[in-house]
Design a protein around this ligand. Structure first.
Ligand SMILES: Cc1cc2nc3c(=O)[nH]c(=O)nc-3n(C[C@H](O)[C@H](O)[C@H](O)COP(=O)(O)O)c2cc1C
Length: 342
């Protein structure tokens, strides 16, 4: 027998937020994550009540060059607002890409200045832009000028601990017309190590008056409330804690209850199906593997390693679908220390 309904309703965070002329329905957002927050994932997160969701970053130069992958990242289906994140190193391509994404339905354009990956910073985009604020500003200005929709900016605290220039860049970005700013409370040199510094985000709060969104290491409801308190931000953005649970941002927003084990099993099956349909079976099978791993880690942690490996390496979609759903359905669903304490 599988345990039933272990969820509790979440306490609600303050609701609704305005970015430019766009109404955001609540204050918990799903972070953009390349290779994770594709259209199927965003559709689920949106359905469960995330305040907003953002596409995976779209490389501006590649989009202008018509890369199929960039176009796939731009897709939307019923998510409102449709927020597209652009990355790039040259003002010209950012402006061109901004025009293209707006013409294709973007309601907000977010600029990526936070990605630490060597592949990205080596090309002087992502967080590498924070090393050269003048150059960063030229990209921001070009994007704002090219777009009629609101432009937002996502960045880290700085390149390293000796150059915590997020407040300076944020102020200049606001002057250039940026309408919301997200800060991940780490430097680029920290990559994902250590703990995000929620207090350090406050220096950006003091520098700008546009909506500020705080990000980094938020998992529980207590974390969400604490990052808002310490940073003074208006909203919170959650990334990795949503892996394997696309409903989690909605739960933190108070928009969705936590699903029980059998609902999670059904949801997994739906998510898997959506991925196979979106990518086609061959690519979908590969793309879904990491999600399968996350669902199993979270909701069937006692599954023997051999069985887990058999699921993760299987090319039989029916086998994967059935085995994972059964493993999850017989787990206890989702609990956390805060629920136990409650
Ligand atoms: C797999 C992965 C991919 C990411 N891709 C992007 C991206 O495309 N654009 C972006 O701005 N940030 C990206 N990030 C950073 C996240 O948006 C977020 O800032 C970071 O994970 C910290 O938040 P968290 O602790 O809630 O995960 C990525 C993070 C991860 C783990």
């Amino acid at each position: 027998m599988c345990p039933k309904d272990m969820h509790l309703p979440a306490p609600a965070l303050p609701s609704s937020l305005q970015i430019g002329n766009i109404e955001i329905r609540n204050r918990v957002a799903l972070a953009p994550m390349s290779g994770v927050t594709d259209l199927p994932f965003r559709m689920l997160a949106w359905r469960f009540g995330a305040g907003f969701v953002v596409t995976e970053m779209v490389a501006s130069r590649e989009l202008v060059g018509n890369s199929a992958e960039s176009w796939a990242r731009l897709k939307n289906s019923g998510i409102d607002p449709h927020i597209v994140q652009l990355a790039g190193r040259e003002a010209h391509w950012m402006a061109e890409a901004a025009r293209i994404v707006e013409a294709n339905g973007a309601d907000i354009i977010d600029i990526n200045m936070g990605c630490p990956a060597k592949k990205v910073t080596g090309g002087y985009s992502g967080s590498a832009l924070m090393r050269d604020p003048d150059h960063a500003l030229s990209l921001i200005e070009a994007t704002v000028k090219a777009a009629t929709v609101p432009v937002t900016l996502k960045m880290r605290l700085g390149w390293d601990e000796n150059s915590l220039n997020a407040p300076l860049i944020a102020r200049r970005a606001e002057e250039a017309g940026v309408q919301a700013i997200t800060i991940h409370g780490r430097t680029r040199m920290q990559f994902y190590n250590g703990k995000a510094d929620w207090d350090a985000i406050r220096a950006v709060r003091e520098a700008v008056s546009v909506p500020l969104i705080a990000n980094g290491d938020v998992d529980t409801m207590a974390d969400a409330l604490e990052i808002l308190r310490r940073s003074g931000a208006d909203a919170v953005m959650v990334g990795r804690s949503c892996q394997g649970r696309p409903w989690h941002a909605g739960y933190l927003a108070g928009a969705a209850a936590r699903p029980d084990a059998s609902a999670i099993a059904g949801l997994f099956a739906e998510h898997y199906e959506m991925m196979l349909e979106f990518y086609g079976t061959e690519i979908g099978l590969r793309a879904a593997r990491k999600h399968v791993g996350w669902y199993l880690e979270r909701f069937a942690p006692d599954l023997p390693a051999g069985e887990k490996a058999a699921i993760l390496t299987s090319t039989d979609t029916n086998f994967v679908r059935k085995r994972v759903a059964t493993a999850i359905a017989c787990s206890g669903g989702e609990t956390s220390m805060e629920e136990i304490a409650a």
